[in-house]
Design a protein around this ligand. Structure first.
Ligand code: GAL
Length: 740
């Protein structure tokens, strides 16, 4: 039976490469690091964009017991961007691609006792590796930024499996899993035991006969009907744990485990259908980057992003722009019922033969390794915003369809009148500024086709008004309202299967896209996932039963604008009562300008106050079903009262590296975030955790946030994070984290 060992801890790293490293066993002059790792931490902004472009070396020593009759396989889930793997001095493999996973059988190079893996990692922006080649609007950083696992396997093992099925109308499922097998022994007739569990209880099991030829092959099991399943859906994402055990002469020789959800996905020109029910896809684009460390963030941070999309922003979908993302993110999407559109890596450029070879390899890797994620409902088979290359895109689409006929395909375009090869025409629509309230083009204006086709607005708004959280109220408000206008158009027009806001959060980029700071401020959230007003355009669409949302696009007072009104309030309340200073209380209802929104922004328009009167503060009360559901109070003399600090996780494991985010809001005595407070904090940690990024952090947009990670010493106990402000009148904030 297989054994598997996570190899994330105890690597040796050097920011150069010398041929003599290949044969070394002593790396005492290297830096000791754990994974996920970035070749170099970058500052928040205004850095040299080539900082992570380098050739570097990673080394890992590991011991093996008696391995006779075993196969030894090592898997790399993500290394940016090219690497050569040496084992005990022998070159065993190379890999191109910053986002694809790879497994290598290293049996012939290892031995009983101590062994050494050495990776030469090239993180230069080589134009034989997508998305490089043009002015890419994000960074691809560098290093071993996802997990590494060592497998000890029998001579015959399951390399991968895709749990294929068809759902019947009565909810029974016809299962026909396909296994990729590696058999270094002679062929044999065996048995495959399929055990399907739900919440730990066996739901269904059966055994199938299987003929295992010698060599590397794919074998599909005979279709078998399972009893009626509970479907995976947005609101009830039922998941099943599947184990596939390969038996030879009755003895179990390998087991592959996976998790699946049963659902149907269909698209046509009338809509996107999940389990036969029409749904608008309302989502945001997500990059996988974080401040300072780029892609090198682990399981908890990846999962948290999915939670933010579903629970904080209230979205039902996400586009993984513009590449395959962490399995931890996708696993959480499976658990949450968040619908995923995942696409092959690319950005505005199609390179030469080697580049195209990598495109096909990336695509096959994406579909075969992410196949079982119920959350994935659309594959993107074009490189984002490239021109028509029918020869290439007919191949990518055909390959995708051959590997997975069950999901629709698409490809994201910036060009109108592009050839539609896939099932869905996707278009990044930034036509807004000239079209005002009629933003987003009608689909046939874009496609130029005589008839309607399935069509998605794959990006909108972001770059039309890059907005920093500390930009003026009016700019932040206009940014939020553009999102509301786009959302309204998406909701009301039958032209669109759905839309994806550009984008979930701000991200570091190349000088071609923001020469000064190297940050695209296109997010609904900032880089630390702190909401701008625009986040509440989406959050306010949530059902008030899940919590009332009441976010004025204003600090509600005098001075930031010429007049305190008008301003919008983003809310899921039915109406609001507003009292500004000594003016009468006025009642406002959702604006009629945003048809299709469940909860349109409410515009506060009147203020009977004379400007020379004393400002007496303000109150806004939101009502749901006639009852007060949320209240915001604005004082006549607001002052910085407190650092409200919170960690995303109360517990972290002490034996592995786990990270959590700490968010500090700078709030007044009424708990309002002071968006324009300028200050700085110093972060100190106690116990076996460490800070990611700098210790001195400016307060941006009324917040300071950072991630901490465990060391991982194996010591249980409390760790403490303290946040000291530069303001003498403010107490330090303390957050405690339990190390378990
Ligand atoms: C699009 C592109 C995105 C992002 C966006 C905002 O053209 O697909 O990756 O760059 O523009 O600038």
């Amino acid at each position: 039976m297989r054994q598997q060992h996570n190899l994330n801890l105890n690597w040796h790293f050097k920011d150069d490469f010398q041929p003599e490293y290949i044969n070394r066993t002593d790396f005492s002059d290297f830096e000791s690091v754990h994974l996920p790792h970035t070749v170099r931490e970058i500052p928040y902004d205004c850095f040299d964009q080539t900082m992570t472009c380098m050739v570097s070396t990673y080394a890992r020593r590991f011991g093996l017991g008696d391995i006779s009759g075993k196969r030894i396989v090592v898997s790399f889930e993500g290394v940016s961007a090219y690497y050569i793997l040496y084992v005990n001095g022998a070159r065993v493999a190379e890999h191109r691609g910053a986002f694809s996973s790879a497994r290598f059988d290293i049996t012939d190079a290892v031995r009983k006792g101590e062994n050494t893996l050495v990776l030469m990692v090239d993180s230069n922006e080589r134009d034989d590796i997508p998305p490089n080649g043009s002015t890419v609007d994000f960074l691809i950083y560098g290093g071993i930024y996802r997990d590494v696992t060592l497998f000890l396997l029998e001579e015959c093992y399951i390399e991968n499996a895709m749990f294929r099925y068809e759902l019947n109308a009565d909810d029974t499922a016809l299962a026909f899993p396909e296994l990729k097998l590696c058999n270094h022994n002679g062929g044999f007739g065996g048995e495959l035991e399929v055990v399907i569990k739900k919440d730990g209880e066996t739901f269904y099991e059966y055994a199938a006969q299987i003929v295992v030829p010698s060599g590397d092959t794919s074998v599909s099991l005979e279709p078998h009907t399972l009893s009626a399943v509970e479907r995976w859906d947005v609101d009830a994402p039922h998941l099943y744990d599947v184990s596939l055990t390969l038996r030879r002469d009755g003895a179990a020789i390998d087991r592959h485990e996976t998790r699946v959800g049963f659902r149907t996905v269909d698209v046509n020109e009338t809509g996107f259908y999940l389990n036969g029910k029409k749904r608008k896809l309302i989502g945001a684009n997500r990059h996988q980057s974080y401040p300072y460390v780029g892609f090198a963030m682990g399981r908890r941070a990846q999962r948290k992003d999915a939670d933010i999309l579903k629970h904080e922003l209230g979205l039902n979908s996400v586009r993984c722009s513009h590449y395959m993302q962490s399995r931890y993110f996708l696993e959480r999407c499976d658990e949450l019922g968040l619908l995923v559109f995942e696409e092959v890596p690319g950005w505005g450029y199609i390179g030469g033969d080697m580049f195209k070879k990598v495109v096909l390899q990336d695509l096959a890797n994406m579909v075969t390794t992410h196949f079982d994620h119920a959350s994935i409902v659309i594959w993107g088979t074009r490189l984002n915003e490239t021109g028509d290359d029918d020869a290439l895109y007919e191949r990518t689409n055909a390959l995708c369809k051959r590997l997975d006929p069950s999901r629709p395909t698409t490809g994201v375009r910036w060009a109108q009148f592009s050839n539609l090869i896939e099932d869905i025409y996707s278009y990044n629509d930034y036509a807004e500024p000239s079209r005002g309230e009629f933003m987003l083009l009608e689909q046939q204006t874009v496609t130029g086709l005589a008839k309607k086709v399935p069509y998605i607005v794959s990006e909108y708004v972001g770059p039309t008004l890059p907005t920093k959280p500390w930009d003026s109220e009016e700019r932040n408000e206009e940014y939020a309202i553009r999102h509301a206008r786009a959302l309204s158009k998406i909701m009301t027009s039958a032209d669109y299967l759905g839309g994806y806001a550009w984008c979930m959060f701000d991200y570091n980029t190349h000088n071609d896209h923001n020469a000064a700071e190297k940050i695209c401020y296109h997010g609904l959230l900032d880089m630390f996932r702190i909401p701008k007003f625009a986040a509440f355009t989406y959050a306010s669409q949530k059902d008030p039963e899940s919590g009332a949302v009441l976010e004025p696009c204003s600090n509600v007072g005098r001075g930031e604008r010429n007049e305190p009104v008008p301003f919008y309030v983003l809310t899921n309340c039915d109406y609001i009562d507003v009292t500004l200073s000594s003016d009468e209380t006025r009642r406002y209802f959702p604006s009629g300008k945003f048809p299709g929104l469940k909860h349109a922004p409410i515009e506060v328009t009147d203020n009977g106050e004379f400007w020379q009167n004393r400002w007496r503060g303000a109150t806004i009360v939101g009502y749901v079903n006639g009852k007060p559901a949320a209240k915001r109070i604005y004082s006549d003399n607001p002052r910085l009262d407190k650092i409200a600090a919170r960690a995303d996780d109360a517990e972290l494991r002490c034996d592995i590296v786990e990270e959590t985010r700490v968010v500090c809001y700078f709030i007044d005595e009424n708990k309002n975030r002071l968006l324009f407070h300028s200050g700085a904090v110093v972060v100190k940690t106690e116990g076996d955790i460490e800070l990611i990024g700098p210790k001195i952090i400016p307060v941006r947009g009324g917040a300071a946030a950072f991630w901490v990670k465990t060391k991982p010493s194996g010591n249980r106990g409390k760790a403490r994070v303290q946040v000291f402000s530069d303001r003498a009148d403010l107490d330090a904030a303390t957050v405690e984290i339990e190390l378990v």
